[in-house]
Design a protein around this ligand. Structure first.
Ligand code: ADP
Ligand code: ADP
Length: 227
């Protein structure tokens, strides 16, 4: 479980201060599929970045199980991120000179306890493309490779920042449905930032942000109860 208590983030650029997060309280349950919605500039990326330690908080406390993330040093947080967290971004960040299989292997090389690469390629529907290079794949296929790579290291949580931002509607839907299925199959907590309202019905929790605040949280209890 991840808990945020009174978390604020103020960016200072010269004399200009931007309150990107204002006194956020939030609980993310283990195994939940969580969607963060909100207009551009509402603080979604900042929220994800402070939870995952890519950015520091200005004040407040973030805990992950027994670990107080906001007490960790930069090096400790880097190690924590490497060992426990997976990331998917709008850009696929695949290595162009490696095959699909080898790109996924990068994820499994990060841990002693990886998920099997062949199984993951099957899950994302890319078994037949295992020896292809990224330039031979569509955008949707490339993003599915990065989904497999992030899962390969067997993280507790996968953070996705606009994973479908570069995809057309059909491919977006396919990637989001894939994330939702993998959330169930592997019992990974998945936190997704998206502009795509259509994803809401798949989520356990929908968090709506506006101007640095959480303005609405919707729990879909039936989905959680069904686990
Ligand atoms: P969203 O992801 O919802 O688009 P962000 O978290 O990126 O929102 O941004 C929230 C607010 O914080 C915006 O006003 C944005 O301009 C500002 N902001 C984000 N990152 C920085 C930064 N590194 N330096 C200064 N301001 C920032
Ligand atoms: P998104 O809406 O997808 O979050 P943004 O354009 O808001 O995209 O932000 C993209 C990146 O730029 C983020 O990492 C964010 O932290 C950073 N950023 C956003 N606003 C600012 C800003 N005013 N100054 C510096 N960096 C910013």
């Amino acid at each position: 479980m991840i808990e945020l208590r009174n978390v604020s983030k103020i960016y200072k650029t010269g004399d200009v201060e931007t309150a990107a997060l204002k006194d956020i309280d939030l609980t993310i349950r283990d195994g939940a599929f969580v969607v963060i919605l909100g207009p551009s500039g509402s603080g979604k990326s900042t929220l994800l970045n402070v939870i995952s330690g890519l950015d520091t908080v200005t004040s407040g406390k973030i805990t992950f199980g027994d670990t107080v993330l906001t007490d960790l040093s930069v090096d400790q947080m880097t190690a924590f991120r490497r060992d426990h967290l997976g990331f998917i971004f709008q850009q696929y960040n695949l290595l162009q000179n490696l095959t699909v299989y080898e790109n996924v292997q990068i994820g499994s090389d990060l841990t002693k306890d990886p998920l099997p690469i062949d199984e993951l390629l099957e899950q994302v529907g890319l078994t037949a493309a295992r020896d292809k290079y990224p330039y031979q794949l569509s955008g949707g296929e490339q993003q599915r490779v990065s989904v497999a790579r992030s899962l390969a290291k067997n993280p507790a949580i996968i953070f996705c920042d606009e994973p479908t931002g570069s995809l057309d509607e059909e491919n977006s839907k396919r990637v989001l449905e894939l994330l939702e299925r993998l959330n169930k199959t592997y019992q990974k907590t998945v936190v997704v930032i998206t502009h795509n309202n259509g994803i809401s019905e798949m989520a356990d929790d929908v968090i709506k942000m506006n101007s640095g605040r959480i303005v609405e949280v919707t729990h879909h209890e039936t989905r959680v109860a069904a686990r």
